[in-house]
Design a protein around this ligand. Structure first.
Ligand SMILES: Cc1cc2nc3c(=O)[nH]c(=O)nc-3n(C[C@H](O)[C@H](O)[C@H](O)COP(=O)(O)OP(=O)(O)OC[C@H]3O[C@@H](n4cnc5c(N)ncnc54)[C@H](O)[C@@H]3O)c2cc1C
Length: 415
């Protein structure tokens, strides 16, 4: 069995950025997964990025690999603010970044990671197993998709999670209910409506929340009043974008803010495509869902409608991090990872309570802050994470390896 110093599981923005940095540091590694697979197959065609163009750059080990540089090289118009950046342009950028900085991504699927003496034994669904001294889990949010209990009993041909909606044409002329009020739910509803589906949005809250647009330009004084980072703008955002500041906050605040900062709500550019355009049932909650004829009958609690018959239901009900959902980590290994509210507890460098096992991306949000849910978070964590991997690779004790307090200690190492 071959041995690798580092295995990076995931080839989305975090895995790619980590691989680019490891390469620059000269650390031998493999990166596996579908390159930009989430944006390529698990978001609706025609979507726009929620993040501002300037906040959609992946961290690179040297300057010159941001969206602005990509557009300049290819002769595309680029606006730093209020894009919105289209999915198509972002994918073009992400592929270019990959070609330049991350050659050799292997599109294979990890099926098992088990701790062994000196590292981890990693099995693949479609390749020979390897041993890796260190492993980074950068598998994004898809494994944590959430379907509410009321919908869970519907057969697969009548129910989809929004992560499984890619092409909209098959829904043209059909009655579709979208459940939820976050960006995915709202954007899917808008695109379905524009694709000719008879769309109903079912929302628990009494009102939709649309984020206010940022100012189109900022003067130097504007930058002082409204400091800008790769996540959002304003002084409060400076805390959300600083892992150091975030780690000083009390446990309960971290748990809440990890999820709610820039949480459920739609981009400003969705407002005109939803309000007065897509029929929206506010203050309505699904109580029960059952197959009826060739479609679905939804029983609702709410002031206007108690029964809704549709051909298909889309759960835009988001994701909930839970380390136990990562079936490719062996049960023994999962049991050794200290957690807080089901998130892995991580050091500043992203290392779990299991030496040599790191997490990047959304699962790092309770330890490093809400920026880890977004591409901009790569600028906050990848440099620290890869330096820690590099230090361990040369037998040095990595800096930044103090974790925040955990709920579960993880069981003692069983190597
Ligand atoms: C609809 C939608 C829209 C979004 N829009 C934005 C936005 O505009 N701006 C923003 O900043 N963020 C956005 N996000 C958040 C998004 O999760 C992050 O921006 C970013 O994609 C996270 O990168 P990642 O590398 O952690 O994971 P992902 O991009 O999800 O990549 C996961 C990688 O892991 C691989 N993988 C998974 N399991 C395995 C396995 N078992 N073996 C091997 N490989 C595996 C996949 O193939 C893939 O390569 C959006 C999310 C969604 C769902």
């Amino acid at each position: 069995m071959s041995t690798e110093e580092v295995l990076v599981i995931g080839a989305g923005p975090f895995g790619l950025s980590i691989s680019a940095h490891l390469r620059a540091l000269g650390v031998s590694h493999q990166v596996v997964g579908k390159p930009n697979g989430t944006y390529r197959a698990h978001v609706p065609v025609g979507m726009n990025m929620k993040s501002e163009p300037y906040a959609s750059d992946m961290a690179a080990p040297r300057p010159g690999y941001d969206v602005a540089a990509y557009c300049a090289q290819h002769g595309y118009d680029y606006t730093e603010r209020l894009g919105p950046l289209s999915l198509e342009r972002f994918l073009g950028y992400a592929d270019w970044f990959t070609e330049q900085l991350v050659p050799g991504v292997r599109d294979i699927t990890v099926s098992d990671v088990t701790r062994v003496e000196g590292g981890f034994r990693v099995s693949f669904a479609d390749a020979d197993p390897i041993t890796a001294r260190q492993v980074v889990v950068a598998t994004g949010v898809l494994p944590y998709y959430r379907i509410p209990d009321e919908l869970a009993g519907l057969p697969a041909d009548l129910l989809s999670h929004s992560k499984d909606i890619h092409r909209l044409e098959p829904f043209g002329g059909r009655r579709v209910a979208v459940i939820g009020a976050g960006q995915s739910a709202l954007e899917t509803a808008a695109l379905l409506n524009e694709a000719g589906a008879d769309t109903r949005l079912v929302v628990r809250k009494p009102a939709l929340n649309f984020v206010q647009p940022n100012p189109e330009t900022l003067s130097w004084a504007g930058h002082l009043i409204r400091p800008t980072n790769k996540l959002c703008e304003g002084w409060r955002c400076a805390v959300w974008f600083s892992p150091e500041a975030f780690r000083l906050l009390p446990r309960n605040v971290r748990i809440t803010k990890a999820r709610t900062v820039l949480g459920p709500g739609g981009s400003w550019w969705l407002k005109d495509r939803i309000e007065g355009v897509v029929e929206t049932l506010l203050s309505h909650q699904v109580r029960q869902a059952e197959a009826a004829g060739s479609g679905v009958r939804l029983r609702l609690d709410g002031p206007r409608v108690s029964t809704l018959d549709v051909d298909h239901v889309i759960a835009g009900t988001g994701f909930r991090i839970d380390v136990d959902r990562l079936g490719f980590l062996s049960a023994g290994l999962r049991g050794q990872i200290a957690t807080m509210n089901k998130y892995p507890v991580l050091s500043r460098a992203g290392q779990t309570s299991v030496p040599g096992l790191y997490f990047a991306g959304a699962p790092a949000a309770v330890s490093l802050g809400p920026s880890e849910r977004f591409i901009g978070g790569t600028h906050n964590s990848v440099r620290q994470l890869t330096r820690s991997l590099a230090a361990r690779a040369t037998g040095r004790r990595p800096a930044l390896d103090v974790p925040v307090t955990a709920d579960t200690a993880g069981s003692p190492a069983a190597v």
